[in-house]
Design a protein around this ligand. Sequence first.
Ligand code: GLA
Length: 379
Amino acid sequence: MKSSATDLFRKTYDETPQLLIRSPGRVNLIGEHTDYNDGFIFPLAIDYAIWLALSPTGDKKVSLLAGDLNDSASFSLESLINTKSGWIEYVKGVASTLQNHGYVLSGWKGCILSNLPIGSSLSSSAALEMAVVKAFSEVSGFAMSPERMAMIGRTAENEWVGMNCGIMDQLASACGISGHALFIDCRSIELEAVPLPGDAVIAVLDTSTRRKLVESEYNIRREQCETAARYFNIPALRDLEMERLQADIKSLDDRVGRRALHIVSENDRVLSTVQSLKENDIPRVGELMYESHVSLRDLYEVSSTELNHIVESAMESVGCYGARMTGAGFGGCGVALVEKDCASSFSEEVISRYKAKSGLDAEIFVTPATAGTELIGLD
Ligand code: GLA
C-alpha cells in the first residue's frame, strides 16, 4: 500500500510526494452503541487502512484523487460549499471544522488509496477524516493530540456530513496502539491500552453485505436511548443502574425498554471483558462477545440475517472463543476471537459454513492491533 500510494501520487502529479499518512480502520471488540450514551467501548485499530500521499501547494486549494474510486475532486479553503454528496464532503467537513475552531489552514494536493471496504463497518469514513486532520496539521504547521483529532472528525461528520455518530470510530483510528485494544470511557475520553493475548488472534468476518438504512435506524436508536435517559431523569444511559431499569422497565415503551437494557448490560459487559482480558481469561472474553451479539440482535435490533449467519458460523468453528457483529450493524462485518493455532482452519471453516447458510462468499482476515493515524517515513 505504501509504495502504491506514492506511485499513484507520482503518476498523477509528476513529482514525489513530501508526506505519507497511514490512517487505520477499526473493529470493536465489545461496547456497541454505547459511545453516544457516554458509556464504555473497547475497539482497536486494524491492519486495513487509508493511505494518503500528499504535498503542500502553498495556496488555499485542496485537490485529491481517490485511487480506488477513480474519482478526483478539489475545493478552495476560502469558499467551502456543502454539496451533501460524495466522499469529498468528509474532507471539506474536516477543513470547515478546523477553520471554525480557529486553525489557519494551508492547501495541499494528494492521492488516497485504501483497502478498507466502504460500508463494511470498519470505519472507512473515520479513517479518511483522521488522515485529513493529520494532513492539515502537518501542512499548516500545528500539532494536535489524537483525542482532539477524533473530536474534530466527529464534529465534521455530525455537522457537515449529517451522520449523528458517536466518537468511537475516530478515537480508535486516531489513538490506535500496536498490540493493544483501547478501553475508552466515552464520557471523560480517558483511554487505557490493554494488551491483547499472545495466544489468540482477532479475525474480521466480512459478510460481503454492505449496510443499509444505517443512518435513519442509527438516529432512531439514539432517540430511543435519549427517551429512556429522560424518563429516568439522568444525563445519559451510562448513569442508569440495572436494578433501577429492571424495577421500572414496564413503564417504558417496550422498544425503549429493550434498547436501554442493551446499553446498560453492554456497559457492564465491556467492564467484565476488560477485567477478563487482564486476567487472561480468554474463554470468558469470548462468552461476553457472544452475549453482546445476542443483545444487539434481540434487544437493540441492529443485526442482519447475514451478520447472524456469520457469527453463528464462527461460533460453530473449531478454535472460536466468541464472535459478534461489530460497528453500527445492518450489514458489514463481524469480529471473532480465535485460538492462534486454529486461525487458518477457522477461516476455511467459517467461509464454508457461511456459504451453506447464506449462499454468500465471506472474507475472513486476521488482523493485529495497529498504531493509529501516523506519518510514515518516505525513503
Ligand atoms: C458507528 C458509529 C459509532 C458507534 C458505532 C456503534 O460505527 O460511527 O460512533 O456508535 O456505530 O457502536
